[in-house]
Design a protein around this ligand. Structure first.
Ligand SMILES: Nc1nc2c(ncn2[C@@H]2O[C@H](COP(=O)(O)OP(=O)(O)OP(=O)(O)O)[C@@H](O)[C@H]2O)c(=O)[nH]1
Ligand SMILES: [Mg+2]
Length: 405
């Protein structure tokens, strides 16, 4: 509320706003300043020294979900073209008193390759452009000088980038530092020196540089994480990820709130880190492209899974069968990965009542918890650690490197 006596100080300034607040701040210090602080902190900092001490530093505005989606890009079509080779040159050596110096045209340099390189700092394909042209090689020169080769052009991509041409998978860049030559640079042309032969002492032939390889590649980002949260829309996957990690996926009471996978890192006291991916909701018929269809199933690139069952809906045990069926239809053996069943929303009385029936129907233990209230999250965290340790042990047993985040 603005005290009425302030208006009488300079009523005409109300329209201007700025002038009014400056005057009022000097007239009425103390609590009124708080009101004014909210109205115009910049001006108040000039007039009220006391309040400036308590002024909060400006906070960065969080990105809206719409903007986040624009930032996360999980597939890209890229036209890549290697650099053009430099041309060979045709010329002859000339020197005073040396009439026939011979051919001395140098070769052109090779065009530069375009190379995809995995960079752990890059988290999505949003920084990848739609076309890349490699660096050209330099033309050859006189005096048998060869042209400089074109430099290699590196495209930084995130871990888990799949490179496809048509339907063929060319490369799976799943480790930091992995490289793939997307387009080979063209070879440089030959200078006339190259064609010097016994039967031809003065060749004039030289060849042009070759164009670089050109192709259209499809880059696809798999979400690489230790655990994948799989569940129906609205089961509470994003809420659970928020509860156990620092990730901030959007949560709302409508299906398909999550349209892109989010990865959250669970930190343990012994500095172990486990990456958990929140995958968009799966519905019946997803393998036939229903709902978000197949688009998200490609993201399930996790050594173990967390099946999230929503206890607030009737007959929750059917969810697990449906989820497993969809995964199996998409990729045989996907549902056979180590997993654990998590039953969410036990804070609701009707959900808690369904728990014994769910356990009986599944014939296995389900971790009952509430992502909203944080109830029983510890049990899930311990189970996650167990699954992770089991994964590490199995990978080492097979002589493979376990996934590190
Ligand atoms: N009562 C209760 N509500 C919950 C709990 N967890 C999630 N919810 C609510 O369930 C709704 C859906 O939650 P989300 O986390 O967005 O669900 P989701 O599985 O990520 O949904 P999609 O992204 O659409 O697949 C929201 O309204 C949440 O507030 C819980 O433990 N208890
Ligand atoms: Mg979600």
């Amino acid at each position: 509320m603005i005290p009425s006596r302030l208006f009488s100080a300079r009523p005409q300034a109300m329209l201007e706003g700025v002038g009014f607040w400056m005057l009022a701040a000097r007239v009425v210090p103390g609590p009124s300043c708080l009101l004014l602080l909210r109205a115009s902190p910049r001006l108040l900092s000039v007039s009220c020294a006391d309040c400036t001490k308590h002024q909060e530093p400006p906070r960065k505005q969080p990105l809206s979900e719409k903007k986040l989606k624009q930032h996360f890009v999980d597939h890209r079509r890229v036209l890549v073209r290697g650099g053009h080779g430099g041309n060979g040159v045709s010329c002859f050596h000339s020197e005073p008193r040396k009439e026939f110096g011979g051919p001395d045209g140098g070769d052109g340099g090779n065009g530069g390759h375009v190379v995809l390189r995995v960079d752990q700092q890059v988290k999505s394909l949003s920084s990848v452009l739609s076309r890349y042209q490699g660096f050209d090689g330099e033309d050859g020169g006189r005096k048998n000088c060869f042209g400089r080769n074109g430099a290699v052009l590196y495209i930084r991509v995130p871990v888990g980038t799949l490179v496809k041409e048509g339907n063929e998978v060319l490369a799976d860049l799943s480790r930091p530092g992995d490289e793939f030559i997307a387009a080979v640079g063209g070879t440089g042309g030959k200078g006339n020196r190259f064609f010097l032969a016994n039967d031809n002492r003065a060749p004039t032939t030289c060849t042009p540089g070759q164009p670089g390889q050109e192709r259209v590649l499809f880059l696809e980002l798999k979400t690489v994480a230790h655990a994948g949260l799989v569940g129906f829309p609205n089961a509470g996957k994003s809420s659970l990820l928020r509860a156990i990690s620092n990730a901030r996926p959007a949560v709302a009471a409508y299906p398909f709130t999550t349209l892109n996978p989010h990865v959250g890192i669970v930190h343990y006291e012994d500095h172990q880190q486990i990456a958990v991916a929140d995958i968009p909701g799966i519905i019946r018929g997803a393998h036939q492209n229903r709902g978000l269809g197949l688009a998200f199933l490609r993201h399930i690139e996790c050594p173990f899974l967390l099946f999230l069952v929503d206890l607030s809906v009737p007959e929750p045990w059917t969810q697990l069968d449906d989820l497993k069926y969809e995964l199996e239809q998409y990729d045989e053996g996907l549902s056979k990965r180590p997993y654990t069943v998590v039953a969410n929303k036990i804070d609701l009385p009707q959900a808690r009542a369904r728990l014994p029936q769910l356990q009986a129907r599944l014939g296995q233990e389900a971790i009952a918890l509430s992502a909203a209230t944080g109830e029983n999250l510890e049990e899930l965290l311990l189970r996650l650690k167990e699954l992770h340790d089991h994964h590490v042990a199995t990978e080492l047993e097979h002589g493979r490197q376990p996934l590190r985040w």
